[in-house]
Design a protein around this ligand. Structure first.
Ligand code: ADE
Ligand code: ZN
Length: 334
């Protein structure tokens, strides 16, 4: 296995990180208190109890049930700033140089918190991270696929000023995958793309869902990146296409284990992706829930793929830089 210090210093880009998924129990409870938010009686009532729950989830839905309760403690612009700032501070010590981060506006607007409040708080943290840590970033909104597509259209309308002025750089699709396939969101993606030709498009696909959802996301939603995408490995034609079009898969190893998508990181088809020239990046998804931030994910992969030498890791780092949505000038710096 390559040296830990090498992986720490390797310039890393994160493309799959839900800001709400960085809410650590030791911030969740103080925010609940600060904002007078009563957590459900069935929710763990202490940091220790909550950490215990986070050791394993049955599946994606089991995790999402906790995740959406957690988001309820976020109310003010300052809360959103504090959340994102805590994330940037942690990863500034892990060799992160560029982050393209998700948030779920609908989990806040449904509670009467405006997209403006959320976006301004996150944006302020991004700007400070660039100034103080040299970490550049992009904001990506995600549509919640378990909600009605017409609600998602409303969200896109509310996000319009931020999409048009470039504050929001991309749009994705997350939440429960299997019951809500990509074809339900064609109109949403069309609408968003028309608001700003520079808006980047991605979608969670092939996490719990089949390879067909990856193909559908590419064909029907015109995405240029796939979040997770690990089930693409079951379709050789799709692998060829991903390689040919250099579609980046934003893989999340610790997440896949915690949500029982695979039993261990060694089961992930990462060697197959490398052998087929399918680019992927390594990401943390919801680090406070899944037991590790970006470097922890890199280290776990290195441990379970000990045959990978320095050249393989340099290739992975370069693929992550190339697949980023930052300007070419920034890519050259990275
Ligand atoms: N929302 C936050 N994390 C997610 C994941 N891993 N899959 C789908 N939706 C999510
Ligand atoms: Zn995700």
């Amino acid at each position: 296995m390559v040296a830990e210090q090498f992986l720490k210093e390797l310039p890393k880009c994160e493309h799959h990180l839900h800001l709400e998924g960085t809410l650590e129990p030791d911030l969740l409870f103080p925010l609940a208190k600060r904002n007078n938010v009563k957590l459900p009686d069935t929710f763990p009532q202490s940091v220790e109890e909550l950490n215990k729950k986070y050791t394993q989830f049955k599946d994606l839905q089991d995790f999402l049930d906790y995740y959406y309760i957690g988001t309820n403690v976020l109310i003010t612009e300052q809360d959103f700033f504090d959340l994102a700032w805590a994330y940037f501070t942690k990863v500034s010590k892990q060799g992160l140089v560029h982050a393209e981060v998700f948030y779920d506006p609908q989990s806040h607007t449904c509670r009467g918190i405006s997209i403006e409040t959320v976006t301004k708080g996150f944006k302020r943290a991004c700007e400070r991270a660039e100034r103080e840590y040299g970490i550049t970033s992009k904001l990506i909104i995600c549509l919640l696929r378990h909600l009605e597509p017409k609600d998602c259209l409303t969200t896109i309308e509310e996000a319009k000023p931020f999409i048009q002025d470039g504050t929001i750089s991309g749009m994705g699709l997350d939440s429960a995958e299997r019951p809500f396939p990509p074809n339900l969101f064609i109109e949403c993606y069309d609408k968003a793309a028309k608001l700003n030709a520079n808006l980047k498009l991605t979608a969670h696909a092939g996490e719990e869902g089949p390879a067909q959802f990856v193909t559908d996301a590419l064909d029907l939603l015109n995405v240029t990146r796939i979040d997770h995408g690990i089930n693409s490995a079951q379709d050789d034609e799709l692998l060829k296409r991903l390689a040919q079009e250099q579609i980046l898969l934003t893989v999340c190893p610790l997440s896949n284990v915690k949500l029982q998508v695979v039993k261990s990181v060694s089961e992930l088809p990462l060697q197959k992706f490398l052998d087929n020239n399918v680019p992927f990046s390594i990401n943390s998804d919801d680090p406070s829930y899944f037991g590790g931030y970006i470097l922890d994910n890199y280290l776990q992969v290195a441990k379970e793929f000990p045959q990978w030498d320095y050249n393989v890791w340099i290739k992975i780092a370069k693929n992550a830089i190339n697949g980023s949505w930052c300007a070419d000038k920034r890519k050259d710096e990275l």
